[in-house]
Design a protein around this ligand. Structure first.
Ligand SMILES: Cc1cc2nc3c(=O)[nH]c(=O)nc-3n(C[C@H](O)[C@H](O)[C@H](O)COP(=O)(O)OP(=O)(O)OC[C@H]3O[C@@H](n4cnc5c(N)ncnc54)[C@H](O)[C@@H]3O)c2cc1C
Length: 387
């Protein structure tokens, strides 16, 4: 497994254990069916509780059943899951970073004890509703509304492109509270079996096919007033969750890229043309050298992010740089790996083209590549270019 500058030599025992457990899980439970799931467009729901039992959902949180593992351990977990398939990593990212994290950070004691243990074990599945049909890159423009009505709020609006929505028990819905001064954005915990909630699956995806993606329709949905996340108001709520999830993506993308590289290296050594392995040709060696270099740079960035996060010094702009760079690396690596595999590379028997298709989503969700470019541009110049 590519670890060119021996970053893994510094892992502690717990980090190694988590990496190995995730790697074994991916080998046994994800890889064998990854091609079929991709072709069929199905998310393997049987993995939800298995991942819960293995402690894959937000193990970096503390309390309520979460063991508070290191940020490196959490990153390695995301890396290994995405080496299997971005759909599986996305499921775990959403559950942990986008649903458990906001409840842990901003929820009431009651919300934490009600939801964190069941989400952590995979007994319940969560989704995160921010994007709307007319508001993607600019979620602050959201129209979904909440209006106070006695002891309840009434929610109306629609969310789209929501990972896990069709299989979710709970949705964290971000909405404008029209009953409060200034219409602040608030987070609401909405059980998906409430009257007026629909969670239709989005079909026809050519990317992230082995992931369940849907819309959330909210038609006069009544939720108790205590469903609101009490400790956050404004865009800070959803944006802070996205920073957590993007941190995991920065690591995960390295896993997808590494899997493509390993497939390409092994194929190049096995495949004979012109009387010897194609790995003997300088053109192929240049491709492998470039892939290995870019992956190593992505790994270094991810490990540094873990250190900063551990110290409480990680800023969203750091995460933007890593998400942007590492996903681009994975996208390019998958294409070159497919190239090395020749015609065989276009089938689901090999992972690179599946990763390539998945990367189109990963490049776009959690802040598009362009938006992260502009976040960095603002950081570097002090001028915001995305308005
Ligand atoms: C499979 C999948 C799963 C997803 N899961 C979730 C989820 O669980 N929860 C959730 O809330 N959302 C989710 N999303 C939504 C995702 O976050 C959005 O697709 C993303 O934010 C982009 O929004 P958009 O698709 O509306 O594109 P748009 O915002 O319409 O952007 C279209 C293009 O314009 C560019 N652009 C936009 N604004 C600017 C600008 N100011 N300057 C330069 N270029 C610009 C973008 O970079 C992009 O290339 C998911 C998306 C997909 C595809």
């Amino acid at each position: 497994m590519l670890d060119f500058v021996r970053l893994e030599a510094d892992l502690d025992e717990e980090e190694r254990l988590i990496r190995d457990t995730a790697r074994e899980f991916v080998d046994d439970r994800v890889r064998p069916d990854a091609g079929d799931n991709f072709e069929a467009g199905t998310f393997p729901t049987e993995l939800v509780s298995e991942m819960g039992e293995l402690g894959f959902y937000a193990p970096n949180l503390e309390g309520y059943g979460s063991p508070n593992v290191s940020e490196t351990a959490y990153g390695l977990l995301m890396q290994e899951l995405e080496a299997g398939d971005s759909g599986v990593r996305s499921m775990a990212s959403v559950q942990g970073a986008l649903v458990m994290y906001p409840i842990h950070a901003y929820g009431s004691e009651r919300q934490k004890s009600e939801w964190l243990p069941t989400l952590g074990s995979g007994e319940a599945v969560g989704c995160f509703g921010l994007t709307e049909p007319e508001h993607g890159s600019n979620p602050a423009g959201m129209e979904t509304s909440a209006r106070r009505d006695g002891d309840e709020y009434l929610l109306n609006g629609s969310k789209t492109w929501i990972t896990n929505a069709p299989i979710a028990d709970l949705a964290v819905v971000w909405a404008r509270d029209r009953s409060s001064e200034g219409d602040p954005i608030r987070g609401f915990l909405v059980e998906t079996d409430r009257d007026g909630v629909t969670t239709n699956e989005i079909t026809g995806k050519l990317s992230l096919r082995a992931s369940s993606t849907g819309e959330i329709g909210l038609n006069d949905v009544a939720v108790p007033a205590e469903s609101v996340l009490p400790d956050v108001s404004g865009m800070k709520g959803p944006l802070s969750c996205l920073t957590q999830a993007r941190y995991g993506i920065a690591w995960g993308a390295v896993g997808a890229a590494r899997d493509c590289f390993e497939q390409a290296r092994s194929y190049a050594l096995d495949r004979d043309q012109f009387g010897g392995p194609i790995a003997q040709f300088q053109l192929q060696q240049e491709k492998l050298a470039e892939m290995a270099t870019q992956i190593t740079l992505g790994q270094l960035l991810a490990y540094r992010l873990a250190e900063l996060k551990e110290r409480g010094e990680l800023r969203p702009q750091h995460v933007s740089m890593a998400k942007r760079n590492n996903v681009r690396t994975a996208r390019e690596t998958s294409r070159v790996a497919r190239e090395i595999l020749g015609g065989n590379g276009i089938t689901t028997d090999h992972s690179p083209m599946r990763h390539m298709a998945n990367m189109e989503t990963v490049y776009t969700y959690e802040g598009t590549h362009d938006i992260h470019t502009l976040i960095l541009g603002e950081e570097l110049t002090g001028i915001q270019a995305f308005r």
